[in-house]
Write a protein that binds this ligand. Structure first.
Ligand code: AP5
Ligand code: ZN
Length: 217
């Protein structure tokens, strides 16, 4: 099964992808994580992307489409993948349809995590991740069980994303409204869109997703 997670910044796409990976054995492909890895490596792609990401703007379509195309061709993606953060523009959605069709593949379900904008800024401001294993936490809704210790790996080191500040979030939301929200009708028309209430507690969101995917099979 191949799935897309759509939703504004902070909607819970990454959080829910972890559950889907475990339950269904699909591979999470986060274009944001891939770009952050390029920035950390100091590659040409990372150099092009850094200033745009730090200001909350999307990176150019051609760059991200080429990166995604290489990634889904990898052997670990052949039994199903979760696209987290892609597509984000009409051009990306069209390119994705074309590249999958050429491979005899398709998207089975598009999960739209619906969260009111006034909740998103607080969620993002409270987000931090384990510097060792990458597990995502939230100061308010999802702190580690023991303060300062990662539940998953026991590390004491945590980090925050450079673009997780309130000014940048305003820009990220503008980009979402201008470029990403307009692709929802395309998936709705094809009958693949499932609207999920992303404002529920995390485990209830997961239950809604499971129900939606149950209908898909
Ligand atoms: P990207 O990394 O994709 O960021 P994003 O879309 O802004 O999404 P986030 O990672 O912020 O949020 P999420 O929905 O995964 O939420 P999470 O689960 O962490 O993109 C970053 C940048 O890269 C872009 O701005 C752009 O520049 C570039 N980029 C990436 N892809 C691109 C593309 N395709 N085209 C062009 N540019 C691209 O949850 C958030 C917080 O809330 C966490 O603390 C979590 O613990 C908490 N939480 C989660 N669920 C719940 C819940 N149900 N209740 C309470 N708290 C919750
Ligand atoms: Zn950890």
């Amino acid at each position: 099964m191949n799935i897309i997670f759509l939703g504004p910044p902070g909607a819970g796409k990454g959080t829910q992808s972890v559950f889907l990976e475990k339950k269904y054995g699909m591979i999470q492909i986060s274009t944001g994580d891939m770009l952050r890895a390029e920035v950390a490596r100091g590659s040409d792609v990372g150099k092009q992307a850094k200033a745009l990401m730090d200001s909350g703007k999307l990176v150019p379509d051609d760059l991200i489409i080429a990166m995604l195309k290489d990634r889904i061709a990898q052997p670990d993606c052949q039994n199903g993948f979760i696209l987290d953060g892609f597509p984000r523009t009409e051009a990306q959605a069209e390119a994705l349809e074309r590249m999958l069709e050429a491979d005899g593949k398709s998207i089975d379900a598009v999960l739209f995590l619906n969260v009111d904008e006034d909740i998103l800024a607080d969620r993002i401001a409270g987000r931090f991740t384990c510097a060792n294993c990458g597990k995502t936490y939230n100061e308010v809704s999802n702190p580690p069980k023991a303060a300062g210790v990662c539940d998953a790996c026991g590390s004491h080191e945590f980090k925050r994303r450079a673009d997780d500040n309130r000014d940048t979030v305003v820009e990220r939301l503008k980009e979402y409204r201008r470029l990403t929200a307009p692709i929802l009708p395309f998936y709705e028309k094809s009958g693949r869109l499932h609207a999920i209430n992303g404002m529920l507690p995390t485990s209830d969101v997961t239950a809604e997703i499971e129900a939606a995917l149950g209908e898909t099979k």
